[in-house]
Ligand binder design. Structure first.
Ligand code: UDX
Ligand code: UDX
Length: 480
């Protein structure tokens, strides 16, 4: 029986390992983590992350060939293959602060693997890491190996949250990068043998280590770039009277471009896009390519511009002040079908509104009160530093209340903002909402999910990203 151990029971490690266990009954999978509460949750009925279909997969194999444990060293020592899926945060201080990846957790994982190993192992990079990390890790492992052989592979994860299980069941591709030596190729084959138990051979791509590492950063950069492109168009649409949903539909009909990932929004969020692009920018700078670095940096700049443009629209249309006005916030997660708030645009939008002294009433079907309060008080990039998180008690922002349904969030409010595209927001009774709001009543739709015409008929003043703007808003142009 092949034994796999995965260090890091997070959004990536947890679901990926659960699916490997499900699809490969002859493989024993142990997911380990330093966080006792996370492991306790993985062993309970209330899993630590919300992901459609995940409960079912875990239920089928937990206790059979899938285990969760905090005994990191024991399970690493026993494994044939060790996946590493620990945090790779953006550095908050020192050289490359605000851009470069902090590999502290990775390095200590590598040192620990070298330390406890008594048999040869394949070490698989699952976290997104800067290009050439594998080389550094390889050096740590071989210099501390005590005669044990390590092979390092890069096997980046492409799953998206909310569809993780589906993405893992039927991936567009699985990418495995390894050394081009006979031993390296043997390790690639060993991992290929695992995936090929459910993924068609032609979808398993093998490359060298650096290509695999860079492909992950490139894929995320391309995806984020599409969103910044359509968001840049959304600003132009508002100025010219075009409708961004029509423009992206027309553009996406070109089969060379394709229809996916062209929804204008208040901005992209999530743990990967910004971090990976900053990483890419840093790598380009370090390699003497400032023009290339600047090109990718612009993707982030447009994303930040989009969030501040949205807030400017809110403030300027509400008579240039939101001080003491109640604003209902619908949705806080970075996208629907997840409780994840990492880098969600809602954080920046809410912080800006709070800066202008608004009172916020926030509702999200999957995000807890503690999490929202923590997000609104935490410094930039701290969410990815477990040691900071553990030492911090969640702050409390007085002007914020968290409620448990959409109607309470918007009751007596002056305005409402939709920041996550949860399906339940599409079917709200907007007449009822209007009747219970202050007048004039404003809707700011950051996800283009409401029926603008219908809401205007009810009496709302509506701003929807990239759609023809209300006469009201035209009179109060947003200053960027
Ligand atoms: C993680 C990384 O954050 C991301 O950069 C990378 O691209 C993929 O892996 P994710 O699974 O979403 O993504 O992160 P998270 O949910 O924070 O999980 C990381 C886990 O590693 C945490 O549960 C943390 O407790 C654990 N960890 C961290 C360890 O077990 N050991 C460590 O030394 C550090
Ligand atoms: C992303 C990549 O898709 C995945 O392959 C990689 O492994 C990790 O990063 P994820 O962050 O989970 O996955 O979600 P994704 O669906 O890519 O959405 C990212 C952000 O972009 C969300 O905030 C989403 O709302 C936003 N988005 C997405 C848009 O604003 N418009 C779109 O058309 C699509």
């Amino acid at each position: 029986m092949v034994k796999i151990c995965c260090i890091g029971a997070g959004y990536v490690g947890g679901p990926t390992m659960a699916v490997i266990a499900l699809k490969c009954p002859s493989v024993e999978v142990v997911v380990v983590d330093i966080s006792v509460s996370r492991i306790t949750a993985w062993n309970s009925d209330q899993l630590p992350i919300y992901e459609p279909g995940l409960d079912d997969v875990v239920e089928q194999c937990r206790g059979r060939n899938l285990f969760f444990s905090t005994d990191v060293e024991k399970h690493v020592a026993e494994a044939d293959m060790v996946f590493v899926s620990v945090n790779t945060p953006t550095k908050t201080r020192g050289l490359g602060a605000g851009k470069a990846a902090d590999l502290t957790y990775w390095e200590s994982a590598a040192r620990m693997i070298a330390d406890v190993s008594k048999s040869d192992k394949i070490v698989v990079e699952k976290s997104t890491v800067p290009v050439k990390t594998a080389e550094a890790i390889e050096k740590i492992l071989t210099h501390n190996s005590k005669g044990i052989k390590f092979q390092i592979l890069s096997n980046p994860e492409f799953l998206a949250e909310g569809t993780a299980i589906e993405d893992l069941f039927t991936p567009d591709r699985v990418l495995i990068g390894g050394r081009e030596t006979p031993d390296g190729q043997k390790a690639v084959q060993a991992l290929k043998d695992i995936y090929s138990q459910w993924v068609p051979e032609d979808r398993i791509l093998t490359t060298n280590l650096w290509s695999a590492e860079l492909s992950k950063l490139a894929a995320n950069a391309f995806l984020a770039q599409r969103i910044s492109s359509v968001n840049a168009m959304s600003a132009l649409c508002e100025s010219t009277g075009a409708d961004v949903t029509q423009v992206s539909y027309a553009v996406g009909k070109d089969t060379r471009i394709g229809p996916k990932f062209l929804n204008a929004s208040v901005g992209f969020g999530g743990s990967c896009f910004q971090k990976d692009i900053l990483n890419l920018v840093y790598i380009c700078e370090c390699n003497g390519l400032p023009e290339v670095a600047e090109y990718w940096r612009q993707v982030i700049k447009i994303n930040d511009y989009q969030k501040s443009r949205f807030v400017n629209r809110i403030v300027s249309s509400m008579f240039n002040t939101v001080a003491n006005k109640k604003i209902g916030i619908l949705g806080f997660a970075f996208k629907k079908d997840t409780g994840d708030t990492r880098e969600t645009p809602a954080i920046d939008v809410c912080k800006c509104l709070l800066g202008d002294k608004a009172r916020l009433s926030i509702y999200d079907p999957q995000v807890t009160e503690d999490q929202i309060q923590r997000d609104l008080t935490l410094s930039k990039f701290y969410w990815d530093h477990p040691e900071h998180l553990q030492s911090l008690s969640p702050g409390t922002v007085k002007q914020v209340s968290i409620v448990w349904d959409a109607y309470s969030a918007v009751k007596d409010a002056h305005g409402l903002c939709i920041l996550t595209e949860w399906d339940e927001f599409k079917t709200l009774d907007f007449q009822k909402i209007y009747d219970n709001m202050q007048k004039p009543a404003f809707v700011f739709d950051g996800r283009n999910i409401v029926n603008v015409e219908k809401l205007r008929e009810i009496g709302f003043i509506v701003y929807s990203i990239g759609r023809p703007v209300d006469a009201w808003l035209k009179d109060m142009p947003a200053v960027a």
